[in-house]
Every structure is written in C-alpha cells, then in structure tokens.
Design a protein around this ligand. Structure first.
Ligand code: PAF
Length: 292
C-alpha cells in the first residue's frame, strides 16, 4: 500500500482516504463520495476495511462484528473507490523485526516472543464519553488511524460526524503529530425514521429497531428545547434522560452536552451546543450526536 501511495505522490496525484471497519452502508459511501469530491477525477480514493482489534474492549463485539467483504468490495467499486486496502491482523500488528529497518519488511527476521508494543494515546479529548465508557477504545483508534495514514499517505481523510468525539481526537492527533492530512468530517446519514446508519444496527431485533429511533428523537427534543432560549444543561439533561427512559427497551449509557470543539461540558445548553449520547437496546450499544 505504501509503495503504491508513493508512486501516486511522485505523479502528483491527490489521495483521499476513508478508513472503515467494513460492513459498509450508505453512510460510508457518502464518505467515499466526499473523498472523491476533495481529490477530483484524477485523484485516488482509498477505502480501508479493517476490523481493528485494539479498539475493542475484552467484553465487546470484536468476534461477532459483522463482515461481508465481497459485498463491501462491490459497494466500493460502485461508489468510485480506486483501491480497497484490506490488511490482516498479522500485517497491522506484527511482532518486532530484528536490526535494520528497511522497506522490505518481509526480508527481516522477527524477534522471538516480541509483540506489537507502540501505541498512540491522545490524553485530553479522549477522557470523557466514549473514552470513559470504553477505556482502551481511543488508544486503539488513534494507533490504527496513525498506522493507516503512514501506509496510505493521504492528502485528505474523511470521517463521519456520527463519531464526533473520534473525529475530534483524530483531528487533534493529526495536528499534534504533524500529519500532512486534512481531516474532513462528513454529515451523518440517517434511515427514513432518523436512526443514524451504523453497522451495529444489524444486531437489533424488530422491537429494538423500532425503539432505536429514541436516539434521534432525543436530539430533536433537545434542539426544540433550546430553539428560543438557552437553558441550564442540568435541567435539559434530566428531561432528556426521563424521555429516554420512556422507551422500555432503551437503557442510557451516557448523555453529554458539550462544546463541539473542545468537548468540554457546558453549564448552559444553547444553539450550537453539541449533544452526544450512547444508548443500549438489549446488548447493542448505539451512539448518536448532533449540534443543537
Ligand atoms: O470509525 C471507524 O469505523 C473506526 O473507528 C476507524 C476510524 C475505521 C478506525 O478503526
């Protein structure tokens, strides 16, 4: 992948990149289209499909995460991707190699009993919300995204707004570590009833799927509440928590009102405040967020 990316660089081709964990839906495809718009007809659009083990906690759904590579490849082709990069775990997290580090990694000897041992940790934005609920999650995300950036050498990378905190952390990492990559955050794509598209929606049974729309309705309720005036965040939070409890299959994990750039909680909710929430429907945990 890196050799190919270097060839593109030599030919002054712009590279747009969409990292994914596969099981693609219209949300992912909108990211591919956004990447294409950024790099133009002559640019190269790369989609990576890799279910990254380091961002899953021990009790999470790594082994049952949905996968369908044949279908994903067709969708990527139809959406106009030039390359789909599908590395294996052994390629992404190899044991150490001895002595010199060159380009031809296969020629090097692996160090016995060694394991992948270098991680990237963002220390500020990743503390709350998803970071608090899933303590090693963002360490896995920043590590794999940094590795993918080094392999794909993109000019532009596109992330979905549904994972607002992830996008903010990736932006911070890119800035802090001087990656020459422009991060684009593309709008969330929703089903007709408003549920944000997610590969994990597949886990929901019919009753859970019906009630999953509570996440979107919570956002709408919050928007309506601040439309005319600012209100204390604690009051709005209490109202929204009660609202979520009205869906019998829904169990709130967290709900936060915060500044969209700094991710710090706000005392007063107003237009422009960001709301993020995570809700369990049965064993399935869904997230959503939006600006009020
Ligand atoms: O948002 C995702 O699908 C993943 O967190 C990402 C960015 C592909 C890293 O594995």
């Amino acid at each position: 992948m890196q050799r190919l990316a270097r060839q593109w660089q030599r030919r002054h081709r712009r590279v747009g990149f969409v990292p994914t964990m596969g099981y693609l839906h219209a949300g992912h495809l909108s990211l591919v289209q956004a990447a294409r718009r950024r790099v133009g007809k002559t640019g190269q659009v790369v989609v990576s499909i890799y279910v990254n083990p380091t961002q899953f906690g021990p009790q999470e759904d790594l082994s049952r995460y949905p996968r369908d590579l044949a279908r994903d490849l067709k969708l990527c082709r139809a959406a106009g991707a030039n390359v789909v990069f599908t590395p294996s775990d052994a390629e992404m997290y190899p044991p150490a190699v001895g002595s010199a580090c060159g380009d031809d990694r296969t020629a090097e000897r692996t160090v016995p009993n060694s394991r992948f041992s270098t991680y990237i940790v963002e220390e500020q934005l990743s503390q709350a919300m998803e970071g608090a609920a899933r303590p090693t999650h963002f360490r896995g995300v920043t590590t794999v995204v940094a590795k993918l950036f080094h392999l794909v050498l993109p000019d532009v990378a596109v992330f979905g707004a549904k994972d607002w905190q992830q996008a903010a952390i990736v932006k911070r990492m890119t800035w802090d570590l001087n990656f020459p990559v422009k991060i684009i955050v593309a709008p969330t794509v929703r089903a007709a009833d408003g549920l944000a598209l997610s590969s994990r929606n597949k886990y929901l049974n019919a009753a859970q799927r019906t009630q999953a729309v509570i996440l979107h309705h919570t956002l709408q309720r919050a928007r309506a509440a601040v439309r005319r005036k600012s209100i204390p965040a604690a009051r709005l939070k209490a109202d929204l928590e009660k609202f979520i409890a009205s869906a019998p299959l829904a169990r709130l994990d967290y709900l936060e009102l915060f500044d969209p750039d700094t991710l710090t909680p706000v005392l007063t909710a107003k237009r422009g405040t960001q709301l993020a929430l995570a809700v369990y429907l049965g064993p399935t945990r869904l997230i959503d967020n939006g600006q009020l």
